[in-house]
Each structure stands twice: as structure tokens, then as C-alpha cells.
Design a protein around this ligand. Structure first.
Ligand SMILES: *Cc1c(COP(=O)(O)O)cnc(C)c1O
Length: 465
């Protein structure tokens, strides 16, 4: 399997190099040269298999010769063993044609563990084999950071630096990052927004000397292996609910477009997905884009669903590349237009094509609170604000084809956002027992200005070499 950059000016690489590299050298994102696919019998053959087996059959299509079948199988068995629930991603029925898939049973209580628990050991294996080490710098709006830290802590070949926007992540989210006591883990509170953090990370990658000097790599949602690992639960839910003999819609609370893009990949692989709903909070760049055909950036406002407080959805570039017929020159032009003017207009025919599959729906904080209350009252499910947005978006914008189903993705455990859940329902969701003393553990982090040079100095100082 070979990978190309969405901007067309970076070397073509294999899976192992793409995983270790993260962002392509031309500023683009790596995608497979062609989508692998499963035929109908191969999809049917996934039914009744364990999560690790489904994962193996999906992920091996993207790996090529980079891992042996056994190496991959062992890695996946170990990764999913760290999830609390024996089903890994249990499905609950919440309506006649509506299901909720719980993706929060991993070590840090958000769906990002699904990708990170695969990516951590994958990194270690590839690095050890190549005799290399890397410095991971990640920006987080809350959940990526802790998931990356849990996946990479105490690994000899990796130093991890996580940037979070100061004061804009929940206390549980912050503590899950800053209370990890490992010599290779560094938390940096940036005076700025998540988009500032993400731009800072990109600026480090853009500095070739720095990048090569510290062996920079990324585990944030632009890393291709994360997308691949997320395709797994779309396949899992799909076959459990009757695919390929039944069509499916998914509703996905969306920020960086990584999760919902994995749903698109599952569709390109042959899963009969006929609707992907993008749930937004007031930071609704994608919902506005689907409504108007214009992608225009506004300032980020803090909401009850901080992991979606994003105005630049990095992974969208991968979809743009595909819908532009894999024409990298078109992607370069679009990205340049967006960078220069803060807006991008998609051609009408492509806009219509997108609407054939994607819909967006936005909720204010008041609507989100009301949704948490109503969902609890009508289904008994206690859901976090992100999940509530996804459920309502699926109800409003999901497709109701004869016989089809809609699956809403529960992306975080309610105890990650206890204040919002308590305000809506009167119930304060308790943390799982293994995290019960989180509020008593001591925190470690440094503060930094929104400045590339300052960040480079912090990284150099923190390295163990
Ligand atoms: C990261 C995150 C999202 C957004 O996912 P993307 O892949 O960035 O679109 C939604 N909900 C929760 C709880 C998250 O942690």
C-alpha cells in the first residue's frame, strides 16, 4: 500500500513511514493511493467476530508489508484488552431505528483511545525496528492529549509534548493529562485557543531544521494510522446491525473531521453508508459550509463541548482531495484561497455531491443541555454534551430509508463533563473506579505564550537526549 500527499509535492511513502511522519513535507495529508475494499461476502464474514478480529481484517488492508499478520494481530489483541467493556464498543438501542455506540470504554474515557491505543504500540514497534526515536508534539482540545499520553507514556523511543489551550479544557480533561507522572511526558498550557495550538504544531513541522533535529512526529488526528484505527468501529457497528444487507447512517459529533472521515473511508471500502451527519456546536464551520457551499472561518467560542471548539477541521483536506477527483493542484489552490482570504467556495456540482452523503446540524449550549435532559428522560442514557449533539443531529439530519438505521457515536463518557450533565439531569456521573482519585493527584505542566520560538525552546529543553 502506497500513500500520496493531498498536495502532491511530498514523496510517496509506505504505511510505516506515513505513520512515523504524520504531516506530509508539503503541508498536505497522506492518503492511500487507492481505497482498498471488501466485497459483500468479506463484510458478512466479519459478523460475530471479536473487535480485535474485525480490526485485523480492516487494518491489514492499509498496512501492506509494514507488519506481519501475526505482529498486527498481537498488537490489536493487546490494544483492545485495555478497554473496560468486553464488547469494546457496545451498541445500545435508543429508538426504533436508532442506536448509540459507546466509544468511551478506553483508558481516558473518550473515543480517541480507539485510535491511540493502536497508534502507541504501533509507533514503538516501527521505531524500535528502525532504531529510531521521535518527539511527538500534539495539540489537544481536551481528549487527544490524555489519549496520546496514555498511549505513549514510559515508552523509551518517544518523548511527548502536549499543548492544550489554557483554561479551555475541562478539569477532568486537564487532570487526565497533567497527573501522569512519566519522564517522557510534558504538558504545555498555551495562552490561546485550540486552533492556536494546532497552528503552533504546524509551524514546528514547517521549520525543517527543527523538525529533523528533534525527529518531530504527530499523533494528532492528521496521523493516518488514527483514521485507519477509527474505521474499525464503523465496520463493527455496520456488520452488527446488518450490513452489507442493510444501509446505515452515522451521526458524529465533529471537530477536526477525523472521526467522521473514518466513516467516509468505511464507505469507500464498501460498507453501505448512506448518510454521515456532522454534529456541531456554535463553532459550526462545517455545518455552515454544508448549508452554503462556503467554508469561512470565524473566531472560536468556548462551549459545553470543548472537544469541538474548532474552526479549522484539518482532516477535511482529505475529503476535499477525494471529491476533487484526487487532483492535488485543486487542493493546493483551495487551501491557498482559504489561507489568504479565510474563505473557500466549493464548486456547485461538488457541493451537491457532498450533500448526497453529508449533512450538518448545530446545537447551542442551551439546546445541548436540553438534549441531555430529554435523552436521559426518554432512554435512560446519561450522555455527555458531545454525544448529545450527535444524537440530536442524527434525529434531525439523519436519513430514514426503509429498513435503514442511524448510529450515533458516543464520543465521551459522561463523567468527563460532570458539570454539564449534572446541570441537565440533576445526576452527577461518577468516574470509573480506576480514576476515582483523579482530583487528589498532583499536576505537572508549564505555561507558554502563543509563540513558535518559545515552544521550540521548551521542547529542546524537555528532550531526554
Ligand atoms: C475529539 C472529539 C470530538 C471530535 O472528533 P474529531 O475527530 O476531531 O472530529 C468529538 N467528541 C469528543 C468527546 C472528542 O474528544
Amino acid at each position: 500500500m502506497r500513500y500520496v500527499s493531498t498536495r502532491g509535492n511530498a514523496p510517496i511513502l509506505g504505511f510505516d513511514e506515513v505513520v512515523l511522519t504524520g504531516l506530509a513535507a508539503d503541508g498536505g495529508l497522506y492518503v492511500p493511493e487507492a481505497w482498498p475494499s471488501l466485497d459483500e461476502d468479506e463484510w458478512r464474514d466479519l459478523r460475530g467476530r471479536s473487535h480485535a478480529e474485525v480490526a485485523h481484517r480492516i487494518i491489514r488492508r492499509f498496512v501492506g508489508a509494514a507488519l506481519t499478520e501475526d505482529e498486527l494481530a498481537d498488537l490489536l489483541e493487546a490494544a483492545y484488552a485495555r478497554f473496560d467493556h468486553p464488547a469494546v464498543a457496545p451498541l445500545h438501542q435508543i429508538g426504533p431505528h436508532d442506536w448509540l455506540m459507546e466509544l468511551f470504554h478506553g483508558p481516558t474515557l473518550a473515543f480517541k483511545d480507539h485510535a491511540m491505543q493502536v497508534l502507541g504500540p504501533l509507533f514503538e514497534l516501527l521505531l524500535t525496528r528502525a532504531g529510531r526515536r521521535v518527539t511527538i508534539v500534539a495539540a489537544t482540545s481536551g481528549d487527544t492529549g490524555s489519549a496520546a499520553i496514555e498511549a505513549c507514556r514510559d515508552r523509551d523511543a518517544i518523548d511527548v509534548f502536549v499543548l492544550h489551550p489554557k483554561g479551555r479544557v475541562s478539569e477532568v480533561q486537564r487532570r487526565q493529562m497533567t497527573t501522569v507522572d512519566a519522564p517522557n511526558v510534558h504538558n504545555i498550557a498555551v495562552n490561546g485557543t485550540f486552533d492556536d495550538c494546532q497552528t503552533l504544531v504546524k509551524s514546528l513541522f514547517a521549520d525543517a531544521d527543527f523538525r529533523d533535529d528533534v525527529g518531530l512526529s504527530a499523533v494528532n488526528s492528521i496521523n493516518w494510522a488514527r483514521i485507519v484505527a477509527q474505521v474499525v468501529y464503523y465496520a463493527w457497528a455496520g456488520v452488527a446491525l446488518g450490513a452489507p444487507d442493510r444501509s446505515l447512517g452515522f451521526s458524529v459529533p465533529t471537530g477536526n473531521f477525523g472521526n467522521v472521515f473514518a466513516g467516509y473511508v468505511a464507505r469507500q471500502m464498501g460498507l453501505p453508508v448512506d448518510r454521515l451527519v456532522i454534529g456541531s456546536n456554535r463553532n459550526d464551520i462545517l455545518t455552515r459550509f454544508l448549508e452554503t457551499g462556503t467554508m469561512s472561518q470565524e473566531t472560536v467560542v468556548p462551549t459545553l463541548s470543548p472537544s469541538m471548539d474548532i474552526q479549522i477541521s484539518s482532516n477535511f483536506e482529505r475529503l476535499l482531495y477525494d471529491i476533487h477527483g484526487r487532483d492535488a493542484a485543486e487542493v493546493r489552490a483551495a487551501m491557498q484561497q482559504f489561507r489568504q482570504s479565510g474563505a473557500y467556495d466549493i464548486p456547485d456540482d461538488l457541493h451537491q455531491e457532498l450533500l448526497g452523503l453529508f449533512r450538518g446540524h448545530r446545537l447551542t449550549d442551551e439546546e445541548t443541555t436540553e438534549a441531555i435532559r430529554v435523552i436521559h428522560q426518554t432512554t435512560g442514557e446519561l450522555v455527555d454534551p458531545h454525544t448529545a449533539i450527535g444524537i440530536v443531529a442524527g434525529q434531525v439530519a439523519g436519513r430514514r430509508d426503509e429498513g435503514g438505521v442511524t448510529v450515533s457515536l458516543a464520543t465521551a463518557h459522561p463523567a468527563k463533563f460532570p458539570d454539564a450533565v449534572e446541570r441537565a439531569t440533576g445526576i452527577r456521573p461518577p468516574l470509573p473506579a480506576r480514576l476515582a482519585d483523579l482530583y487528589d493527584r498532583s499536576e505537572r505542566m508549564v505555561e507558554a505564550p502563543n509563540d513558535t520560538r518559545a515552544l521550540q525552546a521548551i521542547v529542546r529543553e524537555g528532550l531526554r537526549r
